[in-house]
Design a binder for this molecule. Structure first.
Ligand code: NDP
Length: 601
């Protein structure tokens, strides 16, 4: 991969105008309200197709620590707490096993877009060597089970269980947890890691309920209908089927090649093309891995990745992929500037130049790979790379060279409606046997609405009320008025997009450190002071604000479908010095041992 890049000869003003035109075509008045929630509106489609629900008696006991969510957050927090000697740790999970997003997303081709070496948590502790640079979903799901088994997290777990109510009992100094399975138990501490992308959505298309064929959302893939397996075995039952895929985001990019391979015909309904850069996946060589595998290697790799995304000048790039390439391009331009020219404006301009160069290459790639010039043109993404989730794939664009794969380009308008027989777009009805909705997940909606329960803290204060003007926390993890509660998520912390689990493993260390301190010193409660929390937020607000969500971008979930975020979402912030700034800060905070900002009682 090249490390320096000459500034491309691009007419910046013309490109800005083109981006604005393409965005304007897609803006719509109903914004995020165009979508329907899969679970509440289509409960039959939302049911768990993977694991039967086991009957069980309600639980009414007490545990030291309960965690809501059995994805990476709950697993890594459990691992660290078990290491700290907390034996009675309980995960409550709505799916039938651990994995979170990797439990639900079993569509063919599902794969991690971030390098396994940094993405898959606790590789050192569990002794697992990823099989590929970018692991496929079955391996990641197995790894979740591996963590669960390695740290004995299965024993106490409650699967197929949703929390319905969570309230602090100040007299008993415990949290009272109620669930939809009739459980009512208590815990000294509670953690939450419900993830940003766990509520599947469908486009709110007229007639969607009238389709007479088969339909499902990609996060509920029905292999009993398609045949095949999540591991990629051919979906033989599609051989005589005409299939529609609605959506062309990161999920569709991964599953389209598989459906294209197996179905009689596939129609891909595109509203906005994704930027699809090269993937270059390779198997991991055990000999090479043995050379890397020294104590502390994974932390070193994660920190190196973060450093390479910023505009610092790290000596090496261990991951070396499409994510770090953008950072490299910006640095290459900044290096050419005289030190006195490195103003914020000039750095932003360098950012734009680097982005323009990158996106031009990605557009040329589409044109070069796709045989039909019109289709190649229609697959070009006209926006800055971080306006939407960047995609990386070596078979997606190629799939459009099959005579049985049809791109239905809709000039930004999308599917119009669903009929009994199929899908209508550009005024034409496409008759199909099956409709697959690759339409994504709810993001940016109110935390309480998305979680499905409210949290009642001290003095009956509800989290929905406390956060009605925006999230308020200390380090993104603790909230004043909600003692012994930990939010294992990214906002007001590293708020970092490309390697999400890094936030989680780091928070898990903090949770274990704080809980160990409280336990060792006989404290019943820990909570941030109001002053420390306010000071932290004031500090975050000195930074550049949320890095994504610009209304100059094409609509999508990054920018609330083009409508931008209001006052409340202004607080979905990260550390002013970026992810690296947060990790450095929190490491020093933990090491100091003084827990400044927290009050133990
Ligand atoms: P997205 O929200 O990214 O994509 C939804 C798609 O549905 C978009 O292409 C959208 O078009 C389209 N759509 C919505 N309504 C219509 C309509 N009426 N007609 C036609 N198309 C329509 O969801 P994904 O599931 O693809 O991805 C969600 C996130 O999950 C990703 O951004 C990523 O963070 C994560 N992910 C990560 C992966 C990984 O690491 N490997 C893999 C897959 C997902 P439009 O763009 O115009 O809104």
């Amino acid at each position: 991969m090249a490390t320096t890049h000459a500034a491309p000869a691009i007419d910046k003003d013309a490109l800005r105008r083109k981006y604005a035109e393409e965005r304007d075509k897609r803006l719509r008045a109903d914004g995020s309200a165009q979508y329907k929630r899969l679970e509440s509106e289509f409960s039959d489609l939302a049911a768990d197709p993977y694991t039967p629900v086991k009957p069980r008696e309600p639980v009414t006991d007490h545990v030291t620590f309960a965690f809501i969510g059995g994805g990476f957050a709950g697993l890594v927090t459990g691992a660290r707490l078990k290491e700290a000697g907390i034996e009675d740790y309980r995960i409550i999970e709505k799916g039938g096993d651990f994995g979170g997003t990797w439990y639900w997303n079993r569509y063919p081709g599902a794969q991690c877009d971030t390098a396994s070496m940094i993405y898959m948590p606790l590789l050192e502790e569990t002794g697992h060597m990823p099989s590929e640079k970018y692991a496929h979903a079955p391996e990641i799901r197995d790894h979740c089970s591996r963590i669960g088994e390695h740290f004995d997290l299965y024993d106490n777990a409650l699967f197929h269980t949703r929390v319905t109510d969570l309230a602090w009992d100040d007299a008993g100094k415990v949290w009272v947890i109620r669930t939809d399975r009739g459980d009512a138990f208590t815990a000294n501490y509670i953690g939450m890691g419900t993830g940003p992308l766990h509520v599947a959505k469908l486009p709110g298309l007229p007639g969607i309920e009238n389709f007479a064929g088969k339909s499902f959302h990609t996060s509920r893939w029905d292999y009993s209908y398609t045949g095949g397996t999540p591991e990629g075995a051919p979906m033989t039952a599609l051989a005589d089927k005409r299939v529609a895929i609605i959506g062309t985001g990161a999920t569709a990019v991964q599953c389209v090649p598989h459906v294209a391979r197996d179905a009689k015909e596939v129609f891909v309904f595109q509203r906005t093309p994704s930027s699809v850069d090269e993937r270059n996946n390779v198997p991991i060589d055990p000999e090479w891995f043995a050379g890397v595998n020294e104590p502390g290697w994974q932390k070193k790799w994660q920190e190196n990745f973060v450093a390479n995304l910023g505009i610092g000048f790290p000596a090496e790039d261990l991951v070396d992929d499409g994510w770090t390439d953008l950072g490299k391009r910006i640095r290459a331009q900044v290096i050419d500037m005289a030190p006195e020219d490195r103003t914020p404006e000039n750095i932003m301009a360098a950012f734009e130049d680097a982005d323009n160069g990158k996106m031009e290459e990605i557009r040329e790639r589409a044109q070069a790979i796709v045989d039909d010039p019109d289709t190649g043109e229609q697959l070009k993404a006209w926006y800055r790379q971080l306006c939407k989730r960047p995609c990386f794939h070596d078979e997606y664009l190629q799939a459009f060279n099959r005579p049985t794969t049809h791109l239905v380009h809709t000039e930004g308008q999308g599917v119009e409606r669903i009929t009994e027989k199929g899908v209508v777009a550009n005024g034409k009805e496409y008759e199909v046997d099956c409709i697959i909705y690759a339409s994504g997940f709810e993001v940016g909606t109110d935390f309480v609405a998305r979680s499905g329960y409210d949290v009642t803290g001290r003095d009956g204060v509800r989290l929905s009320e406390y956060w009605k003007d925006g999230m308020r926390s200390f380090h993104g993890l603790h909230v004043h008025g909600f003692p012994n509660l930990f939010f294992v998520q990214q906002n007001q912390a590293a708020a970092f997009i490309a390697n999400y689990p890094h936030n989680l493993v780091d928070h898990a260390v903090t949770v274990a450190t704080v809980v160990s301190h409280a336990q060792a010193n006989g404290h019943a409660e820990v909570e941030p002071t109001a002053e420390a929390q306010q000071k932290w937020i004031d500090f975050l607000l000195t930074g550049p604000g949320a890095r994504i969500g610009s209304t100059e971008c094409t609509p999508g979930y990054y920018n609330n479908e083009g409508q931008g975020y209001g006052e409340q979402e202004r607080f979905a912030l990260g550390h002013p010095a970026g992810a690296q700034g947060f990790f450095t800060h929190i490491d020093a905070w933990r090491r100091s041992g003084s827990f400044e900002g927290l009050e133990f009682r």
